[in-house]
Design a protein around this ligand. Structure first.
Ligand code: AQP
Length: 333
């Protein structure tokens, strides 16, 4: 490893098929960091089971997520790409950190409150301690930066609090990580409910675009996107949430700024604008869908990638775990 390079850790849980939010908020930025940083990315299947999953679907989505990551440009030779459950150190450090995370801290997490409200019949302990497992994911790799969308910032802040608490007792064991939030695409909203985040576990609402969706279905979703009764295409995240979300998506897909997009659609009305956003997204996702489709036909290659990733991730993670076990007083085997 090049010592001068910053270390990155991030992950996505295969709780649904990857969305435009996963791409713009996370994967697109991971790809951009590959040359300048030392990167670790996981398919966070252990986090996914905090909500009930169909086992066959979870397996399918985990491998499909790997194929889509590679199709998005994430080179598994330059990056360590692995499946979280293949590296037992995540669960092992997760338990230790549970013992250094306070009940009150976990109770304040917005995601826990949201998910508990949505899964009232299954408010399990894993859903509650999700942030300490996420802290383990990050701290195992001594990450400097954690690229996340806005919604995950609170969890990275809690990771820092846990690391600080542990380091204060035992000395400098963990590197202090910083959240890295993209300037564009940090919060892509649902096309049907622009007050809520576009989420992969809510795919039957019509508000979600998946990376593997057909061009026809993408166009249909954009044409039906909720806007407002005005006709002006202008950025106003408080007053015009739907249009502002579409502008964010358009700018990310077309690689232009908000003022440039506003100028382009001056006096053009919502119909033309929605069609243009749909077309820009179709073109952005077309090569990803085609390449992922090809990769999914080569299961042996994908297995080779995740096995190699698990081996490389385990080496780094094992070093931190051994240090932690020693510090807390576990007897060496
Ligand atoms: N809509 C979004 N806009 C911007 N960034 C997003 N991310 C997710 N949705 C958006 C970012 O993608 C990364 C992976 O997220 P995750 O799968 O670990 O968790 P999540 O944020 O809970 O994702 P979902 O899609 O909302 O999953 P479900 O429906 O299962 O809860 C993170 O960096 C996240 O910020």
């Amino acid at each position: 490893m090049d010592e001068a390079k910053k270390r990155i850790l991030s992950g996505i849980k295969p709780s649904g098929d990857l969305t435009l939010g996963s791409y713009l908020g996370a994967i697109k930025n991971w790809v951009a960091l590959a040359d300048s940083c030392d990167c670790y990315y996981c398919m966070a299947d252990m986090h996914a089971i905090t909500v009930r999953q169909d086992p066959a679907e979870l397996r399918r989505r985990t491998v499909s997520q790997l194929a889509q990551n590679i199709a998005c440009g994430l080179d598994p030779k330059k990056n360590v790409v692995f499946i979280q459950s293949h590296v037992p150190a995540h669960a092992q450090l997760g338990w230790v950190l549970d013992c250094y995370t306070m009940f009150g801290e976990l109770s304040r997490m917005t995601q826990f409150k949201d998910k508990s409200a949505k899964n009232a019949d299954n408010i399990n302990a894993g859903l509650f301690t999700y942030p300490s497992l996420m802290a383990a994911d990050i701290l195992l790799y001594q990450a400097d930066l954690v690229p996340v969308g806005e919604d995950q910032k609170q969890h990275v802040e809690l990771t820092r609090d846990i690391a600080h608490r542990f380091n204060t007792i035992y000395g400098e064991v963990f590197k202090m990580p910083e959240p890295w939030i993209p300037k564009v695409g940090a919060r892509i909203m649902s096309l049907q409910d622009p007050q809520s985040k576009m989420s992969k576990s809510e795919q039957d609402t019509g508000g979600c675009i998946c990376l593997m969706d057909s061009p026809e279905s993408i166009m249909r979703a954009f044409k039906r996107a909720v806007t407002d009764s005005d006709t002006r295409v202008c950025y106003d995240p408080d007053g015009k949430k739907g249009i502002s979300n579409l502008l964010n998506i358009y700018c990310a897909a077309a690689g232009i700024t908000i003022p440039q997009a506003e100028k382009e659609f001056e006096n053009k009305g919502y119909g033309a604008f929605k069609t243009a956003v749909g077309e820009a997204v179709v073109e952005m996702l077309r090569p990803i869908r085609e390449e992922a489709g090809k990769l999914l036909g080569d299961k042996a290659y994908l297995a080779e990638v995740y096995r190699d990733g698990a081996m490389r991730a385990s080496q780094t993670a094992g070093r931190t775990l051994r240090k932690v076990y020693k510090k807390v007083g576990f007897v060496e085997r």
